[in-house]
Design a protein around this ligand. Structure first.
Ligand code: FAD
Length: 290
């Protein structure tokens, strides 16, 4: 099918984009970024925005800047920017390892990091990264600027704390200490499909004990999030089979699983347990636990 008729706007400055959004959001105006989620749902007529505000020509939204301990990712930065490490150390390596799970190459050339967060599909990989690393999200609207934590940002299935007249201008990820270890694991039916469950484990070792553990989940619940119950079990423990199994089981028990006709809640729980275990093992493989 073809999209329903809409008016197309192509602002060149952030001020114009925010102004148009403030004016047109009440008339069902929407931001167009990479178009890799919005255009298909418009083609199916699941969305019929009256106005599209295309941000692809807006100056100042294409920055990918590592500065003052933070990686700032502008609203025009495509998934493909992360095919190679854009920042030294574990954060760059993590983004490079995760991006390959997102859809297929042509989609990664167009789709944007911030668009993925704004769309808030529960199975989006960048959502898990943002939640696990407690990303800060910069929203610009007619009423000014808001800084949101990932925890406050993700509200549910395709639901965020962004107001209809707000532009997600930038996502900010902390640059991780050099000794940070990470592991990412995802289960999907076919390569490039959305995940049925995924886990990101991030930790350091201090004197042989786990420090600063972060366990983030996606695809399993309505929104990505950190799982405190699993992190508590890991903190201060020596890495190894028993504690990794216990943390995986705690994560599986902690979720409120999404269910669909093909995947019941119990199956998703089991997937979560398996993904958390794999992610932890990738962070600390046997024989590399110290
Ligand atoms: P758009 O499609 O342009 O916009 C999506 C929504 O977000 C719209 O409502 C739009 O108004 C809003 N929006 C976008 N940017 C902003 C902004 N800066 N501020 C405010 N609102 C904004 N994604 C995955 O994560 N994993 C996958 O495995 C995956 N598989 C896919 C497979 C296929 C076949 C397709 C077509 C897509 C897939 N995607 C997947 C989605 C893809 O990653 C999209 O690029 C992403 O979800 C949206 O980014 P976008 O820039 O294309 O946003």
């Amino acid at each position: 099918m073809k999209p329903a008729p809409f008016a197309y706007h192509r602002p060149a400055t952030i001020a114009d984009a925010v102004g148009l959004l403030a004016e047109l959001a009440p008339q069902d105006g929407r931001v167009l970024a990479g178009g890799q989620s919005l255009v298909p749902i418009m083609a199916f007529r699941l969305a019929r925005p009256a106005h599209l505000i295309d941000i692809n020509a807006v100056a100042g939204l294409d920055g990918l800047i590592a500065q003052d301990g933070v990686l700032r990712i502008g609203a025009r930065v495509r998934h493909a920017a992360f095919h190679r490490p854009m920042v030294d150390g574990p954060l760059g390596a993590m983004l490079t390892s995760v991006v390959r799970h997102i859809a297929h190459y042509p989609i990664r050339l167009r789709g944007t990091f911030c668009g993925s967060l704004a769309h808030a599909d529960p199975a989006a990989e960048w959502g898990v990264v943002a939640a696990t690393l407690d990303a800060e999200l910069l929203a610009l609207g007619g009423h000014g600027e808001r800084r949101l934590t990932a925890r406050d940002f993700f509200r549910g299935v395709m639901e965020t704390a962004l107001m209809p007249d707000e532009l997600l201008a930038e996502a900010r990820l902390p640059i991780l200490p050099a000794d940070t270890r990470f592991g990412f694991a995802e289960f999907s039916r076919r390569a490039g499909d959305y995940a049925m469950a995924m886990a990101l484990a991030v930790l350091r070792l201090e004197g042989g004990a786990i420090a600063d553990p972060r366990i983030g989940l996606g695809g399993a619940e309505a929104a990505p999030r950190r799982i405190a119950a699993a992190e508590t079990l890991l903190r201060g423990e020596a890495p190894g089979e028993a504690v990794f199994r216990a943390a995986s089981e705690a994560a599986a028990a902690a979720i409120d699983p999404l269910e669909d006709p093909e995947t019941d809640g119990q199956y998703r729980r089991e997937l979560v347990g398996a993904m958390v275990y794999r992610a932890l093992r990738r962070a600390c493989p046997p024989g590399a636990e110290s």
